[in-house]
Design a protein around this ligand. Structure first.
Ligand code: NAD
Ligand code: IPM
Ligand code: MN
Length: 359
């Protein structure tokens, strides 16, 4: 028994941040006498090297029976010219799992907020979530091809796909500050016209939520100029991809942000940091493992209802940052492994405290 987690470490810094995260997960669950079974599988470029495919059948089978999937990152220059790229494997994984709702929380850690290019007062109270549609739009639309004469992608959204992500975002906003910002390009794009119309139709079902529409170009500006005023953002696949990397700058580093991706109720969810495989720093033991660690915490909370254990990881991350344990992207010199060791030490101590209190 126990939780069956398929682990896809992937490429670049993926295996480095995953190693730290698996150690921390094992520790946290052992403390609370829970079992977790990691089922590591080949994925991305690492899978291409061995099998020729970024998402080989054995990995597909493991994912199909998993309670949750934990993913590092995929891709790298080595496979940029491959017939099927590692990134194609990621899209196929998301599709197989049916994870249409990609939830990317953005919060600021006060210990590192001085690293943000924004003035600190603009960061007061920044706490929002980007809900990114993950199975539609330009990523999946057909036709899609390129040849010597042209390159074609198709931006198509059917009504049902818009409805399910918009409902998801309204429900999330209702549990938070009740502010939903829908981001589109309805002044130009047909898919965005349908998107905006659908949001307007659904809005009366959630009277406790206030809706605002923004065009994506203006939204990119507002995210920097008044980030504290956002609560839940809902947007299509590609806009969400771009805006969430932009949002990561607010808190000081792309390496800090986690995500969860959800299918319909009852199906397994996918947890991955929002950043990529960072080939420029891979193999140097200097990647920031926080986005990965916080993704694992989201898994404990959302897939396994282990609220206390999730909080233990989140608190340890905040404490380590406040104590000055900073990886290179945050201007420090702490290695990936040393950061992981600090988290383990903090969890060991907090676990000991819990036991002492019970005694
Ligand atoms: P990237 O996110 O890998 O890196 C962008 C910059 O941020 C780099 O300078 C990198 O060093 C830094 N960075 C990212 N994560 C970091 C971390 N945890 N700690 C410290 N620094 C970090 O984006 P890219 O360079 O545009 O893409 C590299 C590869 O990753 C490409 O092949 C791309 O397709 C792939 N990618 C994969 C995913 C994923 O697996 N989900 C996401 C994005 C990009
Ligand atoms: C992400 C990545 C992926 C995406 C790529 C690697 C396919 O950028 O997870 O944000 O665009 O979804
Ligand atoms: Mn991205």
């Amino acid at each position: 028994m126990g939780y069956n987690v398929t682990v896809l470490a992937g490429d670049g810094i993926g295996p480095e941040i995953m190693a730290v995260t698996q150690t921390v997960l094992t520790q946290v669950l052992a403390q609370s006498e829970q079992q977790i079974q990691f089922n590591a599988q080949l994925f991305g470029g690492a899978a291409i090297d061995v099998t020729g495919s970024p998402f080989p059948p054995a990995t597909q089978a493991a994912v199909a029976t998993a309670d949750a999937v934990l993913l590092g990152s995929v891709g790298g220059p080595k496979w940029d010219e491959a017939t099927e790229r590692p990134e194609q494997g990621l899209l196929a994984l998301r599709k197989q799992m049916g994870v249409f709702a990609n939830v990317r929380p953005v919060k600021i850690f006060s210990a590192v907020k001085h690293l943000s290019p924004l003035r600190e007062e603009r960061l007061e109270a920044v706490d929002f979530v980007v809900v990114r549609e993950l199975l539609g739009g330009l990523y999946f639309g057909e036709p899609k091809y390129f040849n010597e004469k042209e390159g074609v992608d198709t931006l198509r959204y059917d009504k049902a796909s818009i409805e399910r992500i918009v409902h998801y975002a309204f429900k999330l906003a209702a549990t938070r500050k009740g502010e939903l910002t829908s981001i589109d390009k309805a002044n130009v794009l047909a898919s965005s016209k349908l998107w905006r119309q659908t949001v307007e139709e659904i809005a009366p079902l959630y009277r406790e939520v206030r809706v605002t529409h923004l065009y994506v170009d203006a939204a990119a500006m507002h995210l920097i100029q008044r980030p504290a005023q956002f609560d839940v953002i809902v947007t299509e696949n590609m806009f969400g991809d771009i805006l969430s990397d932009e949002a990561s700058v607010l808190g000081g580093s792309l390496g800090l942000l986690p995500s969860s991706s959800h299918a319909q109720a009852g199906r397994a969810a996918l947890y991955e940091p929002i950043h990529g495989s960072a080939p420029d720093i891979a193999g140097q033991d200097c990647a920031n493992p926080i986005g990965m660690l916080l993704s694992a915490a989201m898994m404990l909370r959302q897939s396994f209802q282990l609220e206390a254990e999730a909080t233990q990881i989140e608190t340890a991350v905040e404490t380590a940052l406040a104590a000055g344990f900073l990886t290179k992207d945050l201007g420090g010199q702490t290695s990936t492994r040393a950061f992981g060791a600090k988290i383990s030490e903090l969890i060991e101590r907090s676990g000991a405290n819990v036991t002492t209190n019970i005694v």
